[in-house]
Design a protein around this ligand. Structure first.
Ligand code: GDP
Ligand code: ZN
Length: 361
């Protein structure tokens, strides 16, 4: 497998350069197991364990490798099946949840997802009310959300036209597609998001058709060909399903139980809370209408320069704003507020719709 087929690109190569100089190889995390991971690179799939030095400096759960991460690995002399993970390369996007425990800590569920398909179904099973939650998770991640309304074959004409229109009204920049994973209706239109080397993930309630869609994208290959063997504590071999799949067309799919159950890690609060820290920084700029580019007294440029604000996080904040409002010129609290209002409106409309259909909420 080539690195490009796994989603490698120039900016990763740049970030990797210092590790290459130390004799490391790049690899992508293709499966997370207890305490170690499977990493795949030019040498194929190997078991990766975090080096002692890495563990010493990692400090918080969010710094540990997660599915989809690119890592710098050191081959182990005498054991071609194992590597030591020395570093996690900067993440372009990340899905998080709250780590188990008392403290509020971020844990990464999936990294470097380019596009996230928010899958809902049109068959009257009322999954639409979860869309807002998934949208918030998508925005917080930095991945581009695309809404898929599946099971069009079971829906009436009215639903296949009206529901996409409602979503588009409140979230104009989000592409919405009516599809049927069963009949393949509408799948060709997804081509722009299904390019070789692109990483996608699917979010949506159980039963909306995510597995069926993945099977379609996999060319209906049986998924157990992707299983890997893992030795448990008792030395037995158990099979685990690989969590990072590559379709015959070269699209990378991340499919983990964690992704399927995701909620924004900021415990129920939506988007505004997800970006509270960034908005707080932007709120400290000297000028109210700061564009965070050339202005004196810009808190954002200062925070980016001194490392207290991660460039990736800033970028995902900008993307989030861009995705929801074409006209946003200033990145500040009012913009975040406006987005929150939009989200409320969307939720309300979707709830009403669910209510009308089910008559019980
Ligand atoms: P998941 O839980 O989101 O992975 O959903 P599945 O892929 O397991 O699908 C749940 C059920 O819906 C299965 O019985 C599928 O055959 C069915 N299903 C999935 N997509 C479609 C579709 O486009 N049309 C119809 N009629 N059924 C579908
Ligand atoms: Zn500024």
């Amino acid at each position: 497998m080539t690195l490009a087929a796994l989603g490698w690109n120039d900016s990763l190569a740049q970030a990797f350069a210092p590790y290459a100089a130390e004799g490391c190889e790049p690899a992508r995390v293709t499966l997370e197991l207890k305490g170690y991971c499977e990493v795949t690179g030019e040498a194929g799939a190997r078991l990766g364990e975090c080096s002692g030095k890495f563990i010493h400096s990692a400090k918080t759960p969010a710094n540990y490798p997660a599915i989809g991460d690119w890592v710098a690995v050191m081959p182990q002399p005498g054991d071609p099946t194992r590597v030591a993970i020395q570093a996690v390369l900067p993440r372009r996007t990340r899905f998080s949840r709250r780590a188990a425990g008392e403290e509020v800590l971020e844990q990464i569920v999936a990294a470097n997802v380019d596009t996230v398909f928010l899958v809902s179904s049109l068959d009257g099973n009322h999954h639409l009310h979860r869309l807002e939650r998934y949208l918030a998770a998508a925005y917080a991640s930095g991945a581009q959300p695309v809404v898929l309304l599946n099971k069009a074959d079971l829906a009436g004409e009215a639903d296949t036209e009206e529901i996409p229109r409602e979503i588009t009204q409140v979230a104009p920049a989000i592409p919405v597609f009516v599809i049927s994973a069963k009949t393949r209706r509408g799948l060709k239109a997804l081509a722009p998001w299904l390019q070789p080397g692109q990483t996608i993930a699917l979010l949506g309630s159980s039963g909306v058709g995510k597995s069926t869609l993945i099977n379609r994208l996999m060319g209906d290959q049986v998924q157990f060909t992707q299983e890997v063997r893992e030795a448990d504590h008792k030395g037995r071999h158990t099979t685990t399903q690989r969590e990072l799949l590559v379709t015959p067309d070269g699209v990378i799919i991340i499919d983990t139980p964690g992704m399927r159950e995701i909620q924004p890690w900021e415990a129920g609060a939506g988007l505004a809370a997800a970006f509270d820290d960034v908005a707080a920084v932007a709120g400290r700029c000297k000028f109210r209408d700061c564009t965070h580019t050339v202005e004196p007294g810009c808190a954002v440029t200062a925070a980016l320069a001194n490392g207290s604000l991660e460039p990736a996080r800033w970028q995902s904040y900008l993307r989030m704003l861009r995705a929801t409002a074409h006209e946003v010129r200033r990145v500040d609290r009012p913009a975040a507020q406006q987005h929150k209002t939009q989200m409320k409106k969307l939720t309300k409309q979707l709830r009403r719709r669910v209510h009308e259909k089910s008559g019980d909420e």
